[in-house]
Design a binder for this molecule. Structure first.
Ligand code: HEM
Ligand code: HEM
Length: 236
């Protein structure tokens, strides 16, 4: 039976009319005839052309559904010949969730903390209540800490699970997350040094405000491109 490695399997992802193959537990199945794998996408989230052994554990069905389709080959998982440091390899064996979960688990914090400063500054602007403005400062502090956590786990998951390949989403996320972090640090330090920067909105205060509100588009784009990797958008 034909042997597939991950590069070869990835060519059968249903794009441009190619056959639709998926791998599970060392076997490659041809699901081209399935309505539920049309265009190589299953349930709007699982891409064909990959080893889905782990993913199927979250499915509402058992693995017997695979038997509806012919096996067309054997999937040869490359043993992680990439030099993963022994400590990380040991940790992943003992706690398999540390492979995929750290990034999705930690990204919600920088997202909330990036939306919060503009939200609270906006509340301060419309109500004049100073404590809203103080909350914005505190949230900026949280934003700096959790952006660093999000960036670290992002680089980790990209290196470990995406072999640090220069994917479009990652090429956008890396510079943008760094820009967002630098922006958060600038406004945080600015606000500490000039506590009354928003007492009246004119001159440099407008630049301060623009920087605060620039967090909204930045975090939206970062989150969008992140999620586009985990939940691909269905193609027509
Ligand atoms: C967590 C995400 C998943 C959801 C929500 C999901 C949902 C479903 C549903 C509702 C069906 C129809 C059930 C039936 O016909 O009995 C189905 C069928 C199927 N699923 Fe999944 N599934 C998921 C993940 C996977 C994964 C990762 C694989 C591959 C390893 C897979 C392979 C299949 C196959 C081969 C079928 C049969 C399709 C057919 O009969 O044409 N599913 N799935
Ligand atoms: C503050 C920084 C970051 C935020 C808020 C963020 C946000 C997200 C979000 C919301 C997801 C979708 C997760 C899910 O729904 O399961 C995601 C996935 C992802 N992000 Fe990030 N990200 C950040 C930094 C980075 C960086 C710096 C990189 C790469 C170097 C990166 C690489 C990835 C990858 C590879 C995925 C797919 C994860 C997977 O499939 O398991 N992220 N990100």
């Amino acid at each position: 039976m034909k042997e597939f490695d991950s590069d070869e399997l990835s060519q059968y992802n249903g794009e441009n009319g190619t056959p639709i193959y998926i791998a599970h537990a060392g076997k490659v199945y041809d699901v081209s005839e399935s309505k539920l794998w049309r265009n190589g996408l299953h349930m709007k989230r699982h891409n064909a052309g990959r080893d889905l052994t782990t993913d199927i554990q979250a499915a509402p069905h058992q693995t017997d559904v695979l038997e509806r389709y012919p096996q067309v080959g054997i999937f040869k998982k490359e043993v992680e010949e990439r030099k993963i440091p022994a400590a990380i390899a040991w940790m992943l064996k003992k706690y398999p969730m540390l492979r995929r979960h750290p990034h999705p688990m930690t990204v919600h914090f920088p997202i909330v903390f990036a939306f919060s400063p503009p939200t609270f500054v906006f509340l301060y602007l419309i109500t004049g209540v100073k404590s809203f403005e103080m909350t914005a400062l505190h949230c900026l502090g949280g934003g700096i800490i959790f952006s660093i956590v999000g960036i670290t786990t992002g680089i980790y998951t990209w290196w470990l699970n995406y072999l640090a390949k220069p994917l479009k989403a990652v090429k956008i996320k890396i510079p943008l997350t760094l820009t967002m972090l630098v922006t958060e640090i600038i406004i945080f330090i600015w606000r500490i040094l000039v506590p009354d920067v928003l007492n009246s909105i004119r001159g440099v205060s407008i630049i301060y405000l623009l920087l605060v509100f620039s967090l909204i588009p930045m975090i939206t784009v970062i989150g969008w491109f992140g999620a586009s990797m985990t939940f691909p958008v269905e193609k027509e």
